[in-house]
Write a protein that binds this ligand. Structure first.
Ligand SMILES: O=P(O)(O)OC[C@H]1O[C@H](O[C@H]2O[C@H](CO)[C@@H](O)[C@H](O)[C@H]2O)[C@H](O)[C@@H](O)[C@@H]1O
Length: 398
């Protein structure tokens, strides 16, 4: 049993486990439960005897089903300032590019229990563990959901054409969209990501936000939802031409795959031998020399060629919030879930607005502007399902 002096009842009758100093906040039992069912357990200070007592009590408590994970205690005052420095790619410097390509989807083994991982999770706690906190901020507000696709709704796979979404995930997204305006914000072209998701009630922002469209289902086409935004339209002929050139230029590199995402182009190197990465980067850069209005960025084992227009996923979510009538509103709570560098633009916008929550999907520590984290698409699905249950409960009680 839990030590009785640590248990108090919250207004909602959920027992709260009060951790005294140095733990800065109370943790609800259910939040600890969710932290137990995934490896991101954040409890208290390693040195604290009381924390040890809590751990022992929680581990033996009949309130919790057996967990495959151990509760780990660690100190909040051990946060490093920065976990991982983002690689900066020096244009023209082959080595720097290869380093950046390596860092774009690190494969290094980050053990679940490494000190680095634990510190990172303290800094960006699990959105499942903090679900109640997130939802208490959502009370009386319109929640708007933004979802990245690859690595967030679908697992990362070798062949980009086979990045399918699980039927359970589709069901979760479909249910979320019944209660909250929901948008898919992807690096893929809009038609391609639509073909994977196939839910006509959603907003879609393809090509890293450069191609936005409101729901196509008639039922959802209210006046303010009939949106369309293509800020880089004039680049279309150029992108089509550069796509052809890139196909030709990268032909000799085994495993290289060029994807036409309409307003941007993706050169995948996931299946390219590492010794050829430098060569691939050189070939891509040599093409771009003739196109100064295009720029090169990176995603997960992918080089992305985009127009130099100042428009990214951050602009896309601002545009969508404005289209929904929440430009300067305090009554909205945007939640953005994504796994990639390009999602950082959206996290930054939320941070700047001081509104809503960015949730980074990552198993490994990354420098991020997101507040919370989830480990993998499976946890994203679980989070979405909980959101729906929460909303249904609220509606039932009113
Ligand atoms: O913004 P997103 O929806 O996350 O799209 C970003 C890129 O995702 C895709 O590539 C990534 O996923 C592939 C499939 O799992 C994987 O093979 C690749 O290595 C990843 O980079 C997509 O193919 C790209 O076009 C998107 O730009």
């Amino acid at each position: 049993m839990l030590p009785p002096n640590l248990l108090i009842n919250s207004p909602s009758n959920i027992p709260i486990l009060h951790l005294p100093h140095p733990s800065p906040r109370p943790l609800s039992i259910s939040s600890i439960f969710f932290q137990m069912t995934n490896p991101n357990v954040v409890v208290s200070d390693t040195q604290s005897a009381i924390a040890m007592a809590i751990t022992a009590a929680v581990n033996n408590s009949p309130l919790f089903p057996p967990s495959p994970y151990n509760i780990t205690l660690f100190s909040r005052n051990k946060f490093p300032k920065s976990i991982e420095t983002t690689a900066t790619a020096g244009v023209g410097k082959n080595i720097a590019w290869v380093e950046a390509m390596r860092a774009s989807s690190p494969t290094r083994n980050s053990s679940e229990n490494s000190e680095e991982k634990k510190n990172w999770i303290m800094k960006h706690p699990s959105a499942l563990g903090m679900f109640e906190d997130i939802m208490s901020a959502a009370k009386m507000k319109q929640v708007v959901i933004f979802l990245d696709y690859d690595g967030t709704l679908s697992p990362i796979v070798q062949n980009p054409d086979q990045a399918y979404m699980a039927p359970e995930m589709r069901e979760a997204v479909k249910n979320v969209a019944k209660y909250f305006p929901t948008a898919i914000v992807s690096g893929r072209c809009r038609s391609k990501v639509y073909n994977f998701v196939r839910l006509s009630e959603l907003y879609y922002a393809g090509s890293h936000g450069m191609d936005i469209k409101g729901p196509s289902s008639r039922k959802h086409q209210k006046r303010n939802q009939n949106v369309l935004c293509q800020p880089a339209k004039e680049f279309l002929p150029m992108m089509a031409k550069v796509y052809e050139i890139l196909l030709e230029k990268t032909e000799g590199i085994a495993g290289a795959n060029v994807e036409n995402n309409k307003f941007c182009l993706s050169v995948h190197f996931r299946c390219v031998e590492e010794q050829s990465w430098g060569d691939l980067a050189d070939r891509v850069k040599s093409v771009l020399k003739d196109y100064p209005k295009l720029r090169l960025t990176q995603g997960r084992k992918v080089l992305e060629i985009r127009p130099t227009v100042k428009w990214d996923k951050g602009n896309a979510i601002e545009f969508l919030l404005e289209s929904l009538g929440y430009a300067n509103s305090k009554d909205v709570l945007p939640i953005y879930i994504g796994d990639d560098r390009t999602d950082e633009d959206a996290f930054r916008v939320l941070k700047k607005r001081g509104q809503g929550f960015g949730i980074l999907v990552s198993k490994i520590p990354k420098e991020t502007d997101a507040i919370y984290s989830l480990q993998e698409p499976f946890e994203v699905m679980y989070f979405l399902q909980r959101l729906v249950t929460w909303k249904r409960l609220i509606m039932r009680n009113h």
